[in-house]
Design a protein around this ligand. Structure first.
Ligand code: NAD
Ligand code: TYD
Length: 370
């Protein structure tokens, strides 16, 4: 057994020796700069790859294990510059496959679980994949937490979508969950399963619920990258319904910093909302994108609304605010940075749009990508 694993076992013993009531609010003292080894699931996706990049910046020597199935949503180019990083290891595997996880779990002190099927529209076409990956996949990881007591902390990445839609006001962490799509319902299952493993098996688990992320490396199926790249290619913009729906836009780097704050200062058994207080109607976002490119609304294509389309997401994020985190990038600045990234990385997204995505587009929008 390596020194690292022995130390970790010692730590876990310390956690298990405190009584249950205390454990509910236990602060696992981990400093990002001092971390030795981390398992990231879904590290070739949008947020996972941004998280790995930021983690490397803050800690040049931490051993990073990126466990990813490489689904359509992954892109190995997201971490191309990590190929020569001797402290970075990629393991291609499915989180549902416990035997693969048994190889990695003994090596790490922290797990940050991003891997999931994530697109609401795809969940409407193919809900089974979401149940399997998001619920069963999370179950499979949590089972490994039970077996491998060396892991000091498990961060479960949930979503604001578990609460469902809210007309007025904002959800707190104690608000009831009321998901509307197979995606958000599967994420709700995973969120509560993670909590049950804290409560039932007394495992060191923290849940975060971020709002809509945007920024570099986001798959073109999502609203902001789809609309930016369609404008660049002079295609139409498929806006659902009337464009009145509201989302709270969180720049991906701010989200990654929030997750790091929770790793350092969060308490086990707790959930933390991560919001940005940058709520915008979809049509307002569209106007900002059009404005950047000096285009008119003529290219808007008002398509049939998404089924069960949540009207508004809104989070009260006072709780993580009390840990000392706040978003640093406002929407004007973040959107500009995002647009510029897509302008400068045309190769990255053109390949994605030409592949499987064009079939999905046809199925979802009932028209060719035009
Ligand atoms: P993404 O779709 O860009 O990436 C998902 C990654 O998970 C991909 O690399 C994919 O290959 C991997 N993956 C999927 N199934 C897997 C499996 N069975 N085994 C191993 N790897 C698998 O997702 P994202 O937008 O980066 O989201 C990451 C996490 O954050 C998800 O849990 C999502 O629910 C949550 N979240 C996302 C947002 C957002 O706005 N993007 C907001 C709140 C929460
Ligand atoms: P999306 O990026 O899919 O995230 P969410 O999980 O919050 O639904 O969509 C963001 C908003 O943009 C949502 O209200 C749906 C809308 N939207 C469109 O109007 N057209 C589109 O083609 C897409 C993908 C999204």
């Amino acid at each position: 057994m390596s020194a690292l694993v022995e130390n970790a076992v010692g730590f876990s013993g310390q956690f298990l020796s405190i009584d249950y009531e205390q454990r509910k609010n236990y602060h696992i003292f981990m400093k990002i700069e001092e971390l030795k080894s981390v398992l990231i699931t879904g590290g070739y996706g949008f947020i996972g790859s941004n998280f790995i990049r930021l983690l490397r910046e803050k800690n040049p020597s931490v051993k990073i294990y990126n466990f990813d199935k490489l689904t359509y949503a992954a892109n190995i180019e997201n971490l191309k510059d990590f190929e020569n990083d001797s402290n970075y290891t990629f393991i291609r595997g499915d989180i549902k496959d416990g035997s693969m996880l048994d190889i990695i779990f003994p090596k790490v002190e922290l797990v940050v679980h991003f891997a999931a099927e994530t697109h609401v529209d795809r969940s409407i076409h193919n809900p089974g994949e979401f149940v399997l990956t998001d619920v069963y996949g999370t179950f499979s990881l949590l089972e490994k937490m039970k077996q491998h007591k060396n892991v000091k902390l498990f961060i479960h990445i949930s979503t604001d979508e578990v609460y469902g839609s809210i007309k007025k006001g904002s959800f707190t962490e104690d608000s009831p969950m009321n998901p509307s799509s197979p995606y958000s319902a599967s994420k709700t299952g995973a969120d509560r399963l993670a909590y049950s493993y804290f409560k039932t098996y007394e495992l060191p688990i923290i849940i975060v619920r971020p709002s809509n992320n945007y920024g570099p490396y986001q798959h073109v199926e999502k609203f902001i990258p789809l609309f930016i790249t369609n404008v660049i290619e002079e295609r139409s913009l498929p806006l659902y319904g009337t464009g009145e729906n509201i989302r709270d836009w969180l720049f991906v780097e701010d989200n990654c910093k929030a997750i790091m704050t929770v790793i350092e200062k969060g308490k086990t058994g707790e959930a933390y909302n991560i919001g940005a207080s940058q709520e915008k109607k979809n049509i307002e976002v569209v106007d900002m994108i059009l404005n950047y490119f000096n285009k008119s609304r003529d290219i808007l294509d008002f398509v049939d609304d998404r089924r069960a389309h949540d009207f508004r997401y809104s989070l009260n994020w006072d709780k993580i605010g009390k840990l000392g985190w706040k978003p640093e990038v406002n929407f004007d600045e973040g959107l500009k940075r995002t647009i510029e990234w897509y302008i400068n990385n045309r190769n990255w997204w053109e390949k994605v749009k030409k592949g499987e995505f064009s079939n999905f587009y046809q199925k979802n929008y009932k028209k060719e990508l035009q």
